[in-house]
Design a binder for this molecule. Structure first.
Ligand SMILES: [Zn+2]
Ligand SMILES: [Zn+2]
Length: 266
């Protein structure tokens, strides 16, 4: 697994103090109040849809599994997890850095939770299963749909050949679905099941200390929140800084202006 960047760790230890904000922050109250009944209905629909898809995919997997191409299957699962981690960083970075809560529909539904999380990082620990995982299910629909459509159209030999790719898509969908649950666990300091703490210690899912680097204002590093494996290489490449610089040069948009407004709200 990836080790923590020593430079970032030193910076973090020098600068990290108790996070500002919290549930009494003016912005946090307003943002928490933006969670609507319509949004909850949407989340329940997404969870139900992905739950049904998962049952179908599990049936197809069990029915068609052949013990061939095992190393390729393992590689497929591993790449699926890495892709999920990178996508978690990409979506997190994009929603933290650009857009506004005031954007029609999208802003209140999808940007609001990211702003709330910076002004009240512990709000996520008070969210139930639906509010925590509903949005991510939306992103898992497409990879599961590919498996459900492709497998019934193929012969057994074709299915065996493509099985590592199906496992890639399933691992991707599984880790995308539970990214925010994993993120919530990284903010939970008591009452976690033993196995979750072990998975964090073994760095199979996002460790608590690793994710704390992101919560140092202005929230410009360590965006990956599934396993955190991609963070170290991306920070070494200054990947997000380069993309933000390119966007600024092309469009004039500066990263995290909206986020800063909420952080400074009195
Ligand atoms: Zn963030
Ligand atoms: Zn967080």
């Amino acid at each position: 697994m990836v080790t923590e960047c020593p430079i970032k760790a030193a910076e973090f230890d020098k600068t990290h103090k108790a996070p500002r904000g919290g549930r009494n922050h003016a912005g946090a109250k307003e943002l928490a109040g933006g969670y609507t009944k319509e949004k909850r209905c949407f989340e329940i629909t997404c969870i139900s849809f992905v739950g049904t898809q998962t049952c179908i995919v599990l049936y197809l997997l069990i029915k068609n599994f052949q013990p061939v191409n095992i190393p390729q299957m393992i590689v497929g699962i591993f790449l699926g997890i890495i892709t999920a981690d990178f996508l978690s960083g990409l979506v997190h970075w994009a929603c933290d850095s650009y857009g506004s809560v005031k954007m029609p529909v999208f802003g209140k539904a999808f940007i609001r939770p990211f702003r709330e999380h910076h002004v009240d990082p512990l709000a996520i620990t008070r969210h139930d299963f639906v509010e925590t995982n509903g949005d991510n299910c939306l992103c898992a629909i497409f990879p599961l749909l590919l498996v459900i459509i492709a497998v019934p159209l193929q012969t057994q030999d074709q299915i065996s050949f493509w099985f590592p790719v199906y496992l890639y898509l399933i691992a991707l969908a599984f880790f995308v679905t539970f990214t925010n649950q994993i993120h919530k666990w990284s903010h939970t300091y008591s009452g976690l099941p033993w196995i979750v703490e072990k998975l964090q210690d073994w760095r199979i899912i996002l460790p608590k200390r690793h994710h704390r680097y992101h919560h140092v204002a202005p929230h410009e590093v360590y965006f990956c929140i599934t396993t955190g494996w991609c963070d170290h290489p991306l920070e070494l490449m200054r990947f997000w800084t380069m993309v933000e610089w390119t966007i600024y040069k092309l469009t004039g948009f500066r990263a995290r202006e909206d986020d800063l407004k909420w952080t400074n709200k009195k």
